[in-house]
Write a protein that binds this ligand. Structure first.
Ligand SMILES: [Zn+2]
Length: 392
């Protein structure tokens, strides 16, 4: 299928000014020509010819922090504890389709029970089921005790870590996800990995061409993860100016998952949360926003991720995450980059996706309106293409 999208406003994902009117040609799933003015030259006689007037053409979006096995909702990640692997895989497939239909053409799945996200990613890649292109971590890996869940793979020694990382790589993981922070009963936090094991994970993953994502809700563990060369810090609830500076220096990407905290507060009344629970959520949101400001001041690269499935957040809600980040200080263009080019970079797929450029896969959305003046326009998705194939 070859496409010609005519007279469309272009936001290419690289951060430059939008171009008011371009024509874009897609041939065999790849963007082959972009130009202002006249219709593209081509030897192909048959195009699906689309009038893009008053629409905005953008890269399909990414969610850099999802757990497709989870549906979200009040029980969040805990709901996954009770399901058998085959049930989780069916739910994950349904969630992947939901996300795709919103215009989210790519995703990072940063942890699934039994590592089912690797199977999910493969089945999407073969075309067996619809979904975003998924870079999947497989299992979460921790030393005690970032997470209290039974479905997480917990190791003690460096040798055990080596074995479990190699096993994820052998199974086809697209990244490695570790827990790096723990919180003591008195509320103080600590680094769970230790520099030797953190460094080992980074080396093993990088040799295999994979990136490492670390769950960090505490300052000490985040600092250790950044120093060890871990590629992305997830959640980032307690990042101070020093650690933010270090992240900027080392090119560590932040995935702040800010809508997670907002979701709980917005649902507080209907869930009947106690005053203590609400206060706790408010404190987390404030810590997250303060960290975000430090990271913005330092110039840290920010990638958009919701923690859908691992928290109450539902899949296919990256636009809300972008809106919360704009509220916290990003410009609309920075928010768009966080869900497109920067997201593709940390997902490891920037060579093929994340921007609208000649030679890239045609993972595209056409939205009704101008997202730079109202980001909510990104919810008015008129068309979604993945590899040049119309999905919606
Ligand atoms: Zn998560």
């Amino acid at each position: 299928m070859n496409l010609l999208i005519r007279n469309v406003r272009l936001i290419d994902g690289n951060g430059g000014d939008p171009i008011p009117s371009v024509n874009v040609v897609v041939e065999n799933g790849v963007i082959s020509w972009i130009g202002e003015g006249n219709v593209a030259p081509s030897t192909h006689p048959h195009y699906e010819d689309i009038n893009g007037e008053d629409l905005t053409l953008m890269p399909g979006t990414f969610d850099c922090h999802e757990h497709f096995a989870g549906d979200g909702g009040q029980n969040g990640v805990m709901a996954m504890n009770d399901d058998a692997p085959e049930v989780l895989l069916v739910k994950a497939a349904a969630n992947a389709k939901r996300a795709l239909m919103t215009g989210q053409t790519s995703a990072r799945d940063v942890g699934s029970p039994y590592g089912i996200s690797i199977t999910l990613a493969r089945q999407v890649a073969t075309g067996a089921i619809p979904g975003p292109r998924i870079t999947a971590a497989g299992q979460w890996i921790q030393r005690p005790t970032t997470w209290p869940y039974s479905m997480v793979h917990t190791i003690e020694t460096a040798e055990q870590m080596r074995q479990v990382v190699m096993s994820q790589i052998a199974q086809g993981a697209g990244l490695i996800k570790v827990g790096a922070t723990g919180v003591r009963e008195d509320g103080t936090d600590y680094a769970t990995l230790g520099p030797e094991i953190a460094g080992l994970v980074v080396n093993l993953a990088h040799v295999a061409g994979l990136k490492v994502a670390a769950h960090c809700t505490g300052f000490v563990g985040a600092t250790e993860a950044v120093e060890a060369g871990i590629d992305s810090i997830e959640h980032c609830t307690n990042i101070d100016a020093h650690t933010a500076g270090l992240m900027a220096e080392k090119g560590t990407v932040a995935v702040p998952t800010m809508s997670t905290w907002d979701y709980r507060l917005n649902a507080a009344v209907r869930w009947g949360l106690t005053k203590e629970e609400i206060d706790e959520s408010e404190a987390r949101r404030e810590a997250s926003r303060a960290s975000f400001r430090h990271m913005l001041d330092a110039g840290v690269k920010i990638a958009a991720g919701t923690d859908a499935g691992g928290s109450p957040v539902r899949h296919g809600t990256i636009v809300h995450e972008m809106e919360v980040m704009i509220e916290a200080g990003l410009t609309p263009m920075q928010a768009i980059m966080s869900a497109t080019s920067i997201a593709a970079d940390i997902t490891g797929t920037l060579e093929e996706t994340g921007t609208v450029e000649v030679g890239k896969l045609a993972d595209l959305i056409l939205v009704d309106g101008d997202p730079l003046s109202d980001l909510g326009a990104m919810r008015n998705v008129w068309a979604v293409y993945q590899g040049g194939r119309r999905i919606r």
